[in-house]
Design a protein. Structure first.
Length: 102
């Protein structure tokens, strides 16, 4: 079975006080955690097996060591073509009350 080098694009950090970033990669049910030493890195390479099912997400940590929620996931199967980029998560624009309480 062949190995593939997958180049992943990293989103920019969400705030200025992020000091650590982890890339969680699940390959066929086996999770690996990659610590990204450069939180501003725009790309990261992973090596995976042909035919593998990959689920990847980021976690950020601030200077106090507080962990973010899991980031949006990228999910794909490893073949000799790259999947389309995953869309960003929806954002909440507003919340409005629509009923009139008595």
């Amino acid at each position: 079975m062949s190995e593939y080098l997958c180049k992943l694009g990293m989103p920019t950090i969400s705030s200025g006080n992020i000091v650590k970033r982890e890339l969680h990669v699940n390959e066929n049910g086996m999770e690996q955690v990659h610590e990204l030493y450069d939180v501003y890195a725009m790309e990261y390479d992973i090596t995976v097996q042909e035919g593998s099912h990959i689920i990847a997400f980021l976690v950020d940590f601030n200077g106090a060591g507080v962990r973010s929620a899991d980031g949006a996931t990228l999910e794909f199967n490893v073949f000799d073509v790259a999947p389309p980029m995953a869309p960003d998560a929806p954002t909440l624009i507003s919340i409005e009350r629509i009923d009139n309480p008595i």
